[in-house]
Every structure is written in structure tokens, then in C-alpha cells.
Design a protein around this ligand. Structure first.
Ligand SMILES: Nc1nc2c(ncn2[C@@H]2O[C@H](COP(=O)(O)OP(=O)(O)OP(=O)(O)O)[C@@H](O)[C@H]2O)c(=O)[nH]1
Ligand SMILES: [Mg+2]
Length: 246
């Protein structure tokens, strides 16, 4: 994935139309609190409407947070969909084999920091099972370098796409879209609120570009004043720039 950073950036954002295949096994991955469980429930509700509750199963992987599994169980109960907790790779393989007849299986991975060594173990567990497509969740409000760090930790060939969450909370979308474009990820969905299932949408290129280039209204401590822009150039570049302008 680090190599992808050095490749020339694609010229445009690759906008997907939902899941690349409307069936199969999908695991939602990313660090803590990005909205994995909420997005799993949003996707599950769509699947129930389209194919029926009996065609879907929900899985959750082990993690540190107390109550993490309970949250998914509640959504499962509301939707009438069974929820399974898997402890390790062998358990995952066995459970997926038992669920072969399902149209779709959604796996809500319990969040952990991208710097946690368990990330690699969790990715290996999902990859080893052979049939899991991973969807990477990115918080639209995160800084660009944090998002790069996340993509490096969670990226990989088996990544089916990414979902941009919390678009409603982000003051600027440019860092997230820039990260998605540079890493060549496919944007599958956009999450813009807490409501299940309403706040999940297919990406709209015009809307995203509008938000990316929108100038924030009002002056904030984080926006540069005219005289501060010059200070952000290193002296050597500043001199060259001055020469070009003169
Ligand atoms: N504003 C906003 N809030 C969201 C969105 N998606 C999820 N949330 C909220 O973010 C919080 C965390 O969501 P979860 O779905 O529990 O996140 P998670 O990634 O499963 O968290 P962990 O399992 O602890 O890693 C909840 O309060 C959600 O309602 C979104 O698109 N916009
Ligand atoms: Mg969760």
C-alpha cells in the first residue's frame, strides 16, 4: 500500500455504485468509533428490504470494548437477522461455511487503533478465510495524514472499496477525497448522519466536488490569513517564488 502513495494519482475520484457485487461476504474495517456498527446496520437494512431478512446474517469479531457485540445484536433483533460472534480465524471459517446459503453476510469488526498490532492479525484472519471482501471506513472529518495512516494500516488487494462516514460533521471534505483519490480507492457509499438506514447514500460526484471546494464561511483559527500564507513557504522556495513573481 505504501507503494501506491508513490504511484501517480488517478485523475479523478472512482465513484462506485454501492457494493461491487450485491452478494457475498463483506467486512467493515477501521479504527474505533468511525461508524462501523451503524454502517453495518444501514447496509443490513437495505439488504433486508431487497432480499429479505432470512437471506442475511451478521457477524462480529472479538475486540476490547465492553458492549460492542450487544450494539449489533440490538440491530439484528430489530431487523430479524441472526448475529454471530466469531472469536478467531477458525471460528470465522466454520461460521462462514455454515452460512453458505445466505445471500449476504456482513461482518462488523470491532474497532482498534490503526497502530495496534492486532490490526494485522485481524486482516490476516479475514484474508485467510478466502472469501471476505473488506470495506474500509474513513471518517470524513479526519486529517489527511491520519487518513493516510489508516489506509496504510488497513489497505490491501482484498479491499473492495471504502465508505466515507460522518460527512455531515466534516467542515472540509478535501482531505478525505484527496486521500481516496491518491490511494486509488473506490468510494462505495457515503454516510451523512446517525439515522439507520436513511443516512447512507451512493456517492454523488457533483455534491462531493462542491463540498471539497467549498470555502468555509467565516474566519476560524484554522484558516490562513493572507499574510500567513507566505509564512508557510520555506525560505528557499520563498526566494524562488519571489524571483518568479518579480
Ligand atoms: N454524525 C454522524 N454520526 C455517525 C455517523 N455514523 C455513525 N455515527 C455515530 O458515531 C458513533 C459511533 O458509531 P459506531 O457505529 O458505534 O462506530 P464503530 O466504528 O462501530 O465503533 P467501535 O465499534 O467502538 O469501533 C455513534 O454515535 C453513531 O451514531 C455519521 O455518518 N454521521
Ligand atoms: Mg462498533
Amino acid at each position: 500500500m505504501a507503494d501506491r502513495c508513490r504511484q501517480p494519482a488517478p485523475a479523478h475520484i472512482v465513484v462506485g455504485c454501492g457494493l461491487h457485487r450485491p452478494w457475498g461476504v463483506y467486512a467493515l474495517v477501521r479504527p474505533t468509533g468511525v461508524g462501523k456498527t451503524t454502517t453495518t446496520a444501514k447496509l443490513a437494512a437495505r439488504c433486508v428490504v431487497r432480499y429479505g431478512a432470512e437471506r442475511l446474517a451478521l457477524l462480529t469479531t472479538g475486540g476490547y470494548r465492553i458492549g460492542a457485540h450487544e450494539q449489533l445484536r440490538i440491530y439484528g433483533r430489530i431487523l430479524g437477522v441472526p448475529v454471530f460472534v466469531v472469536r478467531d480465524g477458525e471460528d470465522l471459517r466454520r461460521t462462514l461455511a455454515d452460512l453458505r446459503d445466505k445471500h449476504m453476510v456482513l461482518i462488523d469488526t470491532v474497532g482498534m487503533s490503526q497502530r495496534d498490532r492486532m490490526v494485522a492479525e485481524q486482516a490476516a484472519m479475514l484474508t485467510r478465510s478466502g472469501e471476505v471482501n473488506r470495506l474500509l471506513l474513513l471518517n470524513a472529518g479526519s486529517r489527511g495524514d491520519t487518513l493516510d495512516d489508516v489506509v496504510r494500516a488497513y489497505g490491501g488487494e482484498d479491499l473492495a472499496g471504502c465508505i466515507l462516514t460522518k460527512v455531515d460533521e466534516a467542515t472540509a471534505l478535501a482531505p478525505a477525497l484527496d486521500c481516496i483519490v491518491r490511494h486509488g480507492l473506490t468510494l462505495s457509499y457515503v454516510g451523512n448522519g446517525q439515522r439507520v438506514p436513511e443516512d447512507l447514500h451512493l456517492p454523488n460526484r457533483q455534491y462531493l466536488l462542491h463540498r471539497a471546494f467549498k470555502v468555509p464561511s467565516g474566519e476560524t483559527a484554522h484558516s490562513l490569513r493572507d499574510e500567513e500564507i507566505a509564512m508557510s513557504f520555506p525560505p528557499a522556495q520563498d526566494a524562488k517564488l519571489g524571483a518568479r513573481i518579480a
